[in-house]
Every structure is written in C-alpha cells, then in structure tokens.
Design a protein around this ligand. Structure first.
Ligand code: NAD
Length: 255
C-alpha cells in the first residue's frame, strides 16, 4: 500500500478554508487532485483561496455563510453533491477561540457562540454529509480539534468544552459507522501560526495574541503541518485509523 495521500478526483469539503489550517488543507487537497468546496463566512478570504486553487490548475467552489445557520450547512453539503457528485471527505475545521473566559465569567451569549461554531456546526454538517457517505459506502470525516480536546486548557471554559465535545463526536462516529465504510478522526493542534481570533474584546489575532495562553508550547506549528496530518487521516493510507484524536503539537501534550 502506498503511503502517499493522493486524493485524485475526490470531492472534499473544507470548512474555514479561507484562512489558516483550513486554507492550507484546501490547497494541499487541491494539489493532490481533489475538488474542493471552500466553506467560510469570510467571502473575500474564501474567494482568494478558490482563486489560488484555480491558478494552480485545481477545482474549487465557494459557499459563503455562517455555519451556525442550518441553511448554510445544507448549502455546503448540496454543493459538494451537485458539483462533484458526492462527498468523499469532510474536513470540519472552522472554529473560533475568541472566548478565553473561565466558567464563572462566561455569559450565555459567549457560550452559545463558541459551542455553536465549534461543536454544533460540525455536528450538523456531518449529519448532512452522512447520508451521502452511507449511500456511497465510504467516506472520511476529519475534525480540527485542539490540544484543548485532551486536557483542561487555559483556552477557557466554552472553547475547552467545545473541543472535548469534538473529540467525543469523533469517537462516536467511528464506533457507530465503522462497519459502513466511514472513518472519523481528528487532529489536535497545539499553537499554530494562523489568523485565529483569540480575544474578541482586545481584537487580538494570531500567534502573538496566542502567546500568553500557550504556556510551554515550544515552537508553534505551521498551518501546512496541520494540513498534512488532516490529509493523511483522510487518505487510504490511514484506512485502519478510526476514532483517533491525533496531537500535532511537537510533544506539547506529552509534557
Ligand atoms: P483562522 O482564524 O486562521 O481560520 C478559521 C477560519 O474559519 C476563518 O477563515 C474564519 O472566517 C472561519 N470561520 C470562523 N467562524 C466561522 C463560521 N461561523 N462559519 C464559517 N466559517 C467560519 O484559524 P485557524 O487557527 O486556522 O483555526 C482552524 C481550526 O483550528 C479551529 O477549529 C481552531 O479551533 C483550531 N485550532 C487552532 C489552533 C491555533 O493555534 N491556531 C490550535 C488548536 C486548534
């Protein structure tokens, strides 16, 4: 068996593909010959990535909207089916980290926003994709979880709960659908150089803003290093890996 991750002709949905880990993932899958649905709330960013894919000779379409809305979720799944004939790979990656509050300081709005984007939206999109994967008898779902899926994290109550939820969803799917040809895995990134919004109040973005929360992270990852792990987990080379939450953190979680 080859250990390359060729995705030739596969229909791949990547959420949050306008930036960071999602962008790197979309570009990597496109390089491997996959056709990509780029789903993001940021219109300009999503279109820029689609153009990058197209300039490199690949195929990508965009679906713009907030994935907290069921209509947007439905449009993402329908676009993959209508444009590319099905859904081979679903990468549930979009997420925010702009609530760093401890539980006592976490308001309902903050809780609902973080859980809505980081946990409910990936659940709903997976639910929308599953009938197509079941009909095909195959499919791979990969989530972008977090080191906050593995332990209590300084990233705050809502974020940590949302990412633990993603780990649970990853494993539940693996157990419930492993006999149907569907695999579900997650990466658990440590600090990674992206544009992630860290603190809504201060408008802070990216690695510098992450620094106070990262503790002894060592050197942060590049988005491409997370993308490589996602592509591997989605590939046939990972055919017996199901229900894994794979740290991609240069040993941070091992300390
Ligand atoms: P990023 O901000 O660079 O990219 C996230 C993308 O998701 C953006 O393009 C944004 O517009 C999109 N998005 C956000 N909310 C959305 C919504 N409601 N609907 C549709 N699109 C939406 O950040 P990133 O670091 O690449 O984040 C990707 C994932 O990685 C997230 O799930 C995040 O929790 C996870 N993660 C990141 C780090 C890190 O250090 N960067 C660490 C662990 C986990």
């Amino acid at each position: 068996m080859s250990v390359t991750t060729s995705s030739q002709g596969r229909s791949v949905i990547v959420t949050g593909a306008g930036s960071g880990i999602g962008r790197a993932t979309a570009l990597l899958f496109a390089e491997e010959g996959a056709r990509i649905v780029i789903a993001d709330v940021d219109d300009a960013a999503a279109r820029a990535v689609a153009e990058e894919v197209q300039r490199a000779g690949g195929t990508a379409v965009t679906v713009i909207g907030d994935l907290r809305e069921q209509t947007v979720v439905d449009r993402v799944a329908a676009t993959a089916v209508e444009e590319f004939g099905g859904i081979d790979v679903l990468v549930n990656n979009a997420g925010i980290m702009d609530s760093m509050s401890a539980a006592a300081d976490t308001g309902d709005d903050e809780w609902d926003r973080v859980i809505g984007i980081n946990l409910t939206a990936p659940f709903r999109l997976t639910r929308a994709a599953l009938p197509h994967m079941l009909a095909a008898g195959k499919g791979a779902v990969v989530f972008t979880a977090s080191e906050a899926s593995l332990r209590g994290s300084a990233a705050g109550a809502a974020y940590t709960a949302s990412k633990h939820g993603i780990a649970g969803l990853t494993k539940s799917l693996a157990v419930m659908y492993r006999d149907k040809g569907i695999r579900s895995n997650a990466i658990a990134p440590g600090g990674t150089l992206t544009n992630i919004r860290v603190d809504a109040d201060r408008g802070a973005h990216g690695p510098a803003a992450l620094a106070p929360y990262m503790g002894n992270v060592g050197s942060p990852a590049r988005a491409e290093e997370q993308a490589a792990a996602i592509a591997f987990l989605a590939s046939d080379a990972a055919s017996n890996i199901n229900g894994a939450v794979l740290p991609v953190d240069n040993g941070w979680s091992a300390v």
